[in-house]
Design a protein around this ligand. Structure first.
Ligand code: NCD
Length: 334
């Protein structure tokens, strides 16, 4: 369990050294376990009538989203609010981005408010790194192109750990459009870090070449999902497919060959999906609505895991800062 004292918080915590969550490779196994343990402790606060904790009072979290989002944006916003931080969300449409303002100028504008955290989602790989260079904020990557989406991987690990009570030795089949998926890339790295086994399953046209080098197995046969504890369906990322390129013959054929149908799920397995789902394409509605599905559980996990990430970035120093533990503010969850 993390170092959490069940006491009254006494005001804004001292500033911690600036750290970012740009990629799963920023984390060690210990970091992941600490964040998941903090999220577990925070989950109990969600069952109370009064859900707000005073932990990040006086802190500012800005969400800067250049791509559409329902779950990620709402959960970051709510996570900051539940920890009593001030938060605001800026979407590219309706802001000066519509008028041609560059990411650099938007980032410099927001930096003038001296926010503690900037959470950014952007279609270009590396946009979060740019914001980290230009501003003094802790930066969290909420998805950059098809590169990384680290908090999604953390919330998925949390969901799996809650379901099976372990991650070490768990077998996860990630199914579908791996080629365009930042979720798959982040998740398979995170699974390797915590000692779980991954098999990527899908058509060769949607499988990145030499992805096995990341330490996972690859199968072009949907029956390979039978061996897994977790069946993780990916959304077909049509918006990232170059126009005219035929990655699958048709969505109908894709659904019949690779869709997660009731016949393909065996008892004891859980089924996950990051959302938004294309019901009837990568996942059969009967599976999405079944007891095996953990899709709304993932959304709930997203809230506590993002609370834990904000808490961790703003209050925990890296191991190199020996006073970090003593300077962490108490987290009142009782
Ligand atoms: C994912 C994303 O945007 O990368 N969704 C999410 O964050 N919940 C996956 C997707 O869009 O397919």
């Amino acid at each position: 369990m993390p170092d959490i004292r069940l006491a009254e918080a006494t005001g804004a915590p001292p500033r911690s050294p600036r750290r970012h969550l740009l990629s799963i490779s920023d984390l060690t196994r210990g970091d992941i376990e600490r964040i998941l343990d903090t999220a577990r402790a925070l989950a109990s606060s969600l069952d109370r009538d009064v859900k707000k904790l005073p932990t990040l009072r006086g802190r500012t979290v800005i969400n800067l989203f250049y791509e559409s989002s329902t779950r990620t944006l709402s959960s970051f916003e709510l996570a900051a609010k539940r920890l009593s931080a001030d938060t605001m969300s800026l979407r590219s449409s309706g802001s000066s981005v519509d008028k041609g303002e560059s990411l650099k100028d938007t980032a410099l504008t927001l930096a003038a408010y001296d926010p503690d955290v900037i959470v950014i989602r952007h279609p270009s790989i590396g946009a979060p790194q740019l914001v980290a260079r230009l501003t003094g904020a802790h930066v969290v990557n909420a998805g950059d192109g098809k590169h990384q989406h680290p908090t999604q991987a953390l919330l998925d690990l949390f969901t799996m750990r809650e379901a099976f009570d372990r991650l070490d030795g768990l077998h996860v089949a990630i199914v579908g459009d791996v080629l365009h998926s930042r979720v798959a890339r982040s998740l398979l790295e995170a699974l390797a870090l915590v000692g779980a086994r991954t098999t990527l399953v899908g058509p060769p046209t949607l499988m990145p070449r030499e992805i096995e080098a990341l330490g996972c197995a690859v199968s072009f046969d949907i029956d390979a999902i039978r061996d897994a504890d977790v069946v993780y369906a990916l959304r077909m990322q049509s918006e990232r497919m170059e126009a005219g390129a035929a990655f699958v013959p048709s969505l109908r054929e894709y659904a019949s060959r690779w869709g997660i149908t009731p016949e393909r799920v065996r008892p004891g397995q859980i089924v996950m999906h990051p959302g938004p789902m294309n019901r009837g394409v990568e996942i059969d509605p009967r599976v999405a609505d079944s007891d095996a599905a953990r899709i709304t559980t993932q959304v709930r996990s997203g809230l506590v895991v993002r609370m834990a990430v904000l808490y961790d970035l703003l209050t925990t120093g890296p191991a190199a800062v020996p006073t970090a533990i003593e300077t962490r503010p108490p987290l009142e969850v009782a």
